[in-house]
Structures are given as C-alpha cells and as structure tokens.
Design a binder for this molecule. Structure first.
Ligand code: SF4
Ligand code: MSK
Length: 642
C-alpha cells in the first residue's frame, strides 16, 4: 500500500428513521458513566452526529441464530443455521460442531491479532539492532540482559548484538521447529507439567493459529471437545508467546513501566494546544510521535498558528502503552473514540490497528479533524494514509504532526466542548515496578495474601461494549472487589474506566475493606493497579506465575481470578482462554455466542475445570459476579489451608 491523499467522506448524521423508539441505549444516562463523556455525548446527540450507540440500536434485534452461535458460513454449500435441536447444516454439522468451530475461529482471530503485534515489535528491535531503524534504541538494557539469559543467549557482545540475537530468537518462536515456547517455562513446574500431560503446551505461535484455521474448515474435525481443546492451546501460544513477546520487547525498546502520575478523561484535551490522539495498540509508531512532538521545530510550527504547543492524548491500548511508560494523558477507552473527535477540539487522530471504528473518518468529517492511518494492514476509507515502517516512523511522524498543526486554525470555536476536570491516576505497575516498590521481591505481596490482609487478586480486563453502559461493569466490579479486601489489577479499557472513576488515586484506598485499605495506605498505592495494555495481560500471567513459584504451588491453586465485564473483542476471548488454560478462572460479563450448544456451554463453564482446574463464569451483574469471585477466592484459600 502506498500513501494516499485524504479523500474526505461525508459527515455521518443520525437519520431519523434509524431512531427506533424504545430500543436501548437511547439516552446519555443509559450510554455512559463518566461525567466528561456524558457532557460530550449530550452535545454529540444534539448535533446528531452518529456514534456507536446509534448503530447498536439500529442492529436490534440481532439474528438469534448468530447470537447463539448456530449459523455457519464456512463453505459454499451454506450458509446454514440450526433451527431445531436435531437439524444439521448441509454438510451434516450439528449445533455442537458449528458453535465450537465458530468459537475456535474467534480465539484464533484474537491470538493472531495480538501475536502479529508482538511480531512487529520483535521486527522493530531487530531493525534497531542491525542499524535499519536509527530512531529506536535499547531503553532497558537490564531487561534485555535478563531476557537474553532466559533464552540462553550470550550477551557478552554488547547490547546491540544481544538485541539482534534475542529478536531473532523470539521471531523464531513464531514458527519454531523445536516444539516449545521458551517463556512457557515461566509457568510453575506443576502448571507446566499439567499442560504438558494434557497436550496443551503450544509448539509455536503461528503453528497453533494456523492449525486452528485448518480445523475450522469443513470436514476436518467434528468433535467439539477436541476442537475447543485446540482453542485453549492456540490461546496459550498468544499468552505465553506472541503477546508476551510484545510486552517484553516493548519494554526493552521503550522502557519498562515505572510507577508515575498521569491524567485521564476527555478533559485532557487542551483548548489552546494542537490536540492529537494516538489510537490503536502498537507503541512502535506512537513512541516516535511522542518524541517528535517535543521537537523545537514542531513546537515553533504550532506556535506559528497560534497554539501554545502540541498536546498528545491516548486512546485504547496505544494510549495505555504510552500512559504506562511516558505518562501521556489518556482521553478515554474504546467507546470514547468517536467522542474525542466530537469535542470539536481534536486536530488529528493517528491510528495503528485494532479496535478502531471504520466510521472515524466520517465522524471526523463533521469537524476539522484528520484521521491518519499508518499500517499497511489498516487502511480506512476517508483517512489520510501515511504508511510507516521502523526505518521511517520518526520522520513520517513529522508529516502527521504538520497535518494536525495545519488543522488548528480550522477549529470552529463555537463547536468546541472540552469538559473540565481531568482526573489524576497513578499508573505504571509493571511486575518490575511492583517488585521494586516491595523492596526487590514479591514475597511481601505473597505474605499479605497468605496472612489474609489481601484475600486474593483479580485481573479486571478488557473492553467496552455498547450492550453495557460504558464502564459500569468495570467500575462496579472493581469497587465490589476492593470492598471485600481483594486487590484488583487492570489492563486495557477496564484500566481506563477505573482510572476515570478515581480508583487509581491513592485516596481510593478509602473505598477498600479495612485490611486492604491499611496495606494500600502503608505503601501509598491505590487498591486498583494499572498494569497496561491488552498485550500486557501477560504481565498479569507473569505476576501470577511468580507468586505461585514463590508459594511452591500451581497457578490454579492461587486465590486469584480474571474478569472481563464488558468484553467485545476476539482478543478478549483469546485472553480469557489463556487465563483459564493457565489455571485462572475467568468471569465474563457478556455471553459469548455459544448458547446454541448446551455441550459447549457446559464444557466452558464446568468441564474445563476437570482438565485445567479453571473455568469460565458468565454473569452480567457485576455485584453477583463479585459474589462468585469472592466465593472462588475463599475456596482457593481453604484449599491452601490459609
Ligand atoms: Fe453449512 Fe457445513 Fe458449509 Fe457450514 S460447513 S456452511 S454447516 S455446509
Ligand atoms: S483496546 S481489545 S477494546 S480492551 Fe486494547 Fe480496549 Fe478491548 Fe480494544
């Protein structure tokens, strides 16, 4: 793909015939919780600019065959759907097969997305180490050395040589012939041997994903259990492979997150600055934009058009990456992406990939905003495509910022609404930062759990989904858990939701139960800890593995759980599957499309426990979800005799 001129599309307005009466979510109150979101949403609705909630309403009611997972479009004999318990698709596939294959497809999509992201980070490190990407360097040599040791790489040849060898070794993991992933050895021995006995340890990253795509072809396997067992294996190749590579090498290139302060919500936009949003998932380009935005030449250009400077804000997980490492303010999460534009104060949105609404250029066309696409994998009609690679990303980010600066004088003051009151948050809780805060070891955290001051830990992660009022699930569940002295670690859009709700300020300790509050106050940390982006769920895996290793138990024996209260993405399904596969049970707030097969539902919510000692719960009510998780944590504590 080559660069393209911006071909402006039409402003997307809500058509009156779309406004179906009585369908939810119709009002500002039904759509969002955050006050800055509500303020801008009100304006957006008054201006009749179409957003995700309008399109969601227009899709109601959904097809019941699709919603329950029993529609199949895999071949040209179909499409098929299962109408009654006994009916079959043209090829003979029954409900169990169609549902399980669709779910495996979803897991493979999620694992592929994360892992391809990880591959690009590894390719960037290789380019940097071999002189092909001069704007990038090694920001964390200690982590580089530790990873080299883990991979059995001699680091005596200096950082660049070590980085080259490490990048090559990690790239080799995608298609390795050796039949195992190096970082899977981070698992406690008991967890590793359990998965080995079950045949669930991934052989390589690409291999498991490709095999998943093979298995969803018509006429391969027909056994739902066998199909979904491979789904767990493919997800583990993401969790202990592709995503973990993404996290670890991003730390090497851009720095391992340390505890720092930042600001969140739509109030982070600035009236007198050129505002630029960085959206997507991969930090490889956005780190260069951050660097370029402080270049004196860029600042002079911004001043020349009457701005006081360039204000970068993050969205989704590109934002979370920058927030964790650089403290770049975060304007919002998944369902905030259109509203950052409808503030009327955004000059440009620079996107990489994943979770980006294809309508963004249409929303931007209602204002003076440019949407700039940058990946050959993610070209969007109506966007201005400026393609980058590690060799040119820094230079090309200058062009992107110049577009933003040139848009600043086009801003229409009468259409600008920047809400007051960005909220402060403490972020940057990588495993390394936690270890350092605890005096160099995670033992004090384990001791607090063993003693019962902290009853357990829950990873609340994942997206927003217009089926749920934005952030309601995340915030309510996190508050319920901390009240019960259960510490919460977060990533992705869940992390942004709770930061916006003030739960990542040290003062939020007051909302925790007595013993967790005392712990947080003594350490000066909030009871809800931000651990990063979606690929950074591997930080949670690493944390759980280290705690289990310290305690001398398997991961499934720990008093911990995962939750994705508002998930929408196939990546979230892959994450949920690799948590469960690793022995950590996961609560979902949105029902996956599986209810057309009782066998698949029962396998995921009960049967898996007999194999990997973990399972899924589905509970849309976050208070009831907290009850389920608390009971699970107490049962695990009893199992350990603590
Ligand atoms: Fe129909 Fe079978 Fe083809 Fe699916 S694979 S579309 S069930 S014939
Ligand atoms: S951005 S995958 S909506 S968490 Fe990672 Fe948010 Fe989910 Fe995208």
């Amino acid at each position: 793909m080559t660069d393209g001129d911006e071909k402006r599309v039409d402003c997307l307005k809500v058509e009156s015939e779309w406004m179906k009466e009585g369908d939810l979510p119709a009002t500002v109150e039904e759509r969002a919780m955050d006050p800055t979101m509500k303020e801008v949403l009100k304006k957006t609705m008054e201006e009749r600019v179409e957003t995700v909630w309008d399109r969601f309403r227009n899709q109601q009611p959904p097809c019941k065959f699709c919603a329950t997972g029993v529609s199949c479009q895999r071949c040209a004999m179909g499409p098929c759907r299962i109408m009654t318990g006994k009916s079959r698709g043209v090829c003979g596939a029954d409900a169990d097969l169609i549902v399980s294959r669709n779910l495996l497809d979803t897991i493979a999509t999620g694992a592929a997305s994360h892992s391809d992201h990880g591959r690009e980070v590894a390719e960037t490190l290789l380019a940097a180490a071999t002189g092909k990407a001069e704007s990038y360097g090694i920001s964390d040599p200690a982590k580089l050395a530790a990873l080299a040791e883990e991979y059995g790489i001699d680091s005596s040849g200096g950082d660049e040589k070590t980085a080259e060898l490490l990048a090559k070794a990690m790239l080799e993991e995608f298609g390795t012939l050796k039949g195992e992933l190096v970082m899977a050895k981070r698992m406690p021995a008991g967890t590793y041997s359990l998965l080995n006995d079950l045949g669930l340890l991934p052989r390589s990253i690409d291999r498991e994903i490709v095999e998943a795509m093979h298995r969803v072809h018509m006429g391969v396997g027909a056994d739902y259990f066998n199909i979904l067992a491979h789904g767990v294996k493919a997800s583990l190749s993401d969790g202990w492979g592709g995503s973990m590579i993404g996290t670890e090498l991003s730390d090497v290139l851009f720095g391992t997150p340390a505890i720092r302060e930042t600001m969140v919500n739509l109030g982070t936009l600035k009236e007198d600055h050129v505002n630029v949003a960085l959206h997507g998932h991969n930090p490889v380009l956005s780190e260069m934009v951050v660097k370029m935005a402080s270049d004196p030449e860029m600042l002079a250009k911004a001043e020349a058009v009457g701005a006081k400077g360039i204000n970068l804000v993050g969205l989704c997980c590109t934002g979370n990456e920058l927030l964790m490492r650089k403290g770049v303010p975060q304007a919002g999460n998944h369902l905030s992406q259109e509203l950052v534009i409808t503030t009327g104060a955004l000059e440009a949105m620079i996107v990489d990939y994943q979770c980006i609404f294809p309508t963004l250029p249409y929303v931007a066309a209602c204002y003076h905003t440019s949407v700039i696409t940058t990946s050959p994998k993610a070209v969007i009609p109506g966007g201005r495509h400026i393609e980058v690679n590690p060799g040119n990303a820094y230079e090309r980010s200058k062009e992107m910022l110049e577009i933003a600066i040139s848009n600043f004088p086009k801003r229409k003051e009468e259409r600008v609404l920047i809400p007051d009151g960005p909220v402060g948050a403490i972020v940057g809780f990588s495993v390394e930062a936690l270890r350092e805060a605890l005096g160099g070891t995670l033992q004090p955290l384990l001791d607090l759990i063993l003693k019962g001051d902290i009853r357990g830990a829950v990873g609340v992660v994942g997206c927003n989904n217009p089926k749920i009022k934005q952030d309601y699930g995340h915030i309510t569940l996190a508050k319920e858990l901390i009240k019960r002295n259960i510490i919460v670690v977060e990533t992705g859009c869940a992390g942004v939701a709770c930061a916006q709700a003030g739960l990542m300020k040290p003062e939020a300790a007051a909302e925790a139960g007595d013993s967790l509050r005392a712990v947080c106050e003594s350490l000066g940390v909030p009871p809800v800890l931000h651990m990063g982006s979606c690929v950074d769920n591997t930080r949670i895996l690493t944390l759980a593995a280290e705690l289990a290793n310290l305690a001398g138990v398997r991961m499934d024996q720990l008093p911990v759980a995962g939750a994705a209260p508002e998930w929408y993405s196939p990546k979230a399904v892959a994450i949920g599957a690799y948590f469960v596969g690793s022995g950590i049970s996961v609560a979902l707030g949105v029902m996956p499309k599986i209810t057309g097969s009782e066998n698949v539902v029962s396998l995921l919510t009960e049967g898996l426990e007999g194999a990997v000692n973990a399972k899924f719960w589905v509970e849309p009510d976050p208070v009831k979800c907290a009850d389920i998780i608390e009971a699970h944590i107490e049962a695990k504590r009893a199992g350990l005799g603590i």
